[in-house]
Ligand binder design. Structure first.
Ligand SMILES: *[C@@H]1O[C@H](CO)[C@@H](O)[C@H](O)[C@H]1NC(C)=O
Ligand SMILES: *[C@@H]1O[C@H](CO)[C@@H](O)[C@H](O)[C@H]1NC(C)=O
Ligand SMILES: *[C@@H]1O[C@H](CO)[C@@H](O)[C@H](O)[C@H]1NC(C)=O
Ligand SMILES: [Zn+2]
Length: 303
């Protein structure tokens, strides 16, 4: 409002000035006032300039992007970094990730960053509701009491190139789940129904479907098309680390990689569903599969 008044005043002053120099009858405004108004306006403009960009960056949550395991896993159990997690898994020491890190009392508390804008927040709520609608034992509950609800997932609003990622299972105290928001309307981002649920299912306690102990019967891995330093993303885990709760391998799991993930040459597959003569798709799921739901319900049974 103040800016508008200032703008109007400067305009009036400018007209007066022009009319004066063209010899037409002037308004009763002296040029000194016009200069004053202009200075106020320039100041307002500058302050807008300096306030605006920082206000914009503050829309994102600030954090250091962690190194990630399997593309979107920041750690699990007591392994707070991907490096520790990879070392632990490959050395075979203390291989008891996953089902040891369930949420106590079958309640996963969460908080959602205040920086999310309305449509993003709605999608997050819908994804949480979809999980709650289909699970019988587990509850995702908004955290309301910081003194009692110590362990929780904080869903943060990530800026450009921060990716979509989560920890696997409960790691203790506050743990982050990052959703990169679109930097411009058509930009790739993580605020999709399926992607939000995918990251939440990591937080609930699941790795990717293709890291299952029995995966070699259901997918081929094209190691030649995967950079050496990315090959750890295609590890399968020992049955001492993970369990599929007796559920069949599920190509249509929301937790399955797509065919070209981590490819050196993006037109050649890195992971291919078997058997080859069947028309199977992977990495295309937008929703939890029956198996995804069953596994959550077996990890967190109703009673
Ligand atoms: C969850 O269930 C309620 C009640 O049946 C339904 O109205 C709502 O649309 C469901 N939400 C989702 C995301 O499926
Ligand atoms: C990627 O693979 C395709 C299909 O085999 C091939 O035509 C293309 O030359 C490859 N690109 C590079 C950069 O190697
Ligand atoms: C699949 O997604 C729709 C909305 O996108 C939702 O209403 C429905 O409940 C979901 N189904 C399952 C099994 O998650
Ligand atoms: Zn994932």
């Amino acid at each position: 409002m103040g800016q508008f008044v200032c703008l109007l005043a400067t305009l009036v002053a400018a007209i007066a000035f022009v009319q004066r120099t063209t010899g037409a009858p002037a308004f009763a405004i002296d040029p000194g006032k016009a200069v004053c108004f202009s200075i106020i306006q320039v100041k307002t403009f500058l302050s807008l300039l300096s306030v605006h960009p920082s206000a914009f960056s503050e829309q994102y949550d600030n954090f250091e992007k962690p190194e990630l395991l399997e593309g979107d896993i920041a750690g699990f159990g007591k392994y707070r970094t991907a490096k520790e997690a990879i070392e632990a898994l490959s050395s075979g020491v203390d291989r008891n990730g996953y089902y040891s890190f369930k949420w106590e009392n079958k309640i996963l508390y969460y908080t959602i960053s205040i920086r999310f804008i309305d449509w993003e927040r709605e999608r997050i709520h819908r994804a949480i509701e979809d999980i709650n609608n289909h699970t019988t034992g587990l509850r995702l509950v908004e955290r309301t009491d910081a003194t009692v609800q110590r362990n929780y997932v904080h869903i943060q609003r990530g800026g450009p190139n921060t990716g979509c990622w989560s920890y696997v299972g409960q790691i203790g105290e506050r743990q982050f789940l990052n959703l990169e928001v679109p930097a411009y309307p058509t930009a790739p981002h993580c605020v999709h129904h399926g992607t939000i649920m995918h990251e939440l299912i990591h937080a609930i306690g699941f790795f990717h479907e293709q890291s299952r102990t029995d995966r070699d019967e259901y997918v081929d891995i094209n190691w030649d098309n995967i950079e050496k330093h990315q090959q750890h993303n295609f590890e399968k885990y020992d049955s001492s680390v993970i369990t599929a709760y007796g559920q069949p391998y599920d190509h249509s799991s929301l937790m399955h990689y797509g065919m070209y993930d981590f490819a050196i040459n993006r037109s050649i597959w890195t992971i291919r569903p078997k058997p080859l003569w069947e028309d199977i798709e992977i990495g295309k799921a937008q929703n939890m599969s029956e198996v995804d739901i069953n596994k959550i319900n077996l990890m967190y049974p109703p009673q």
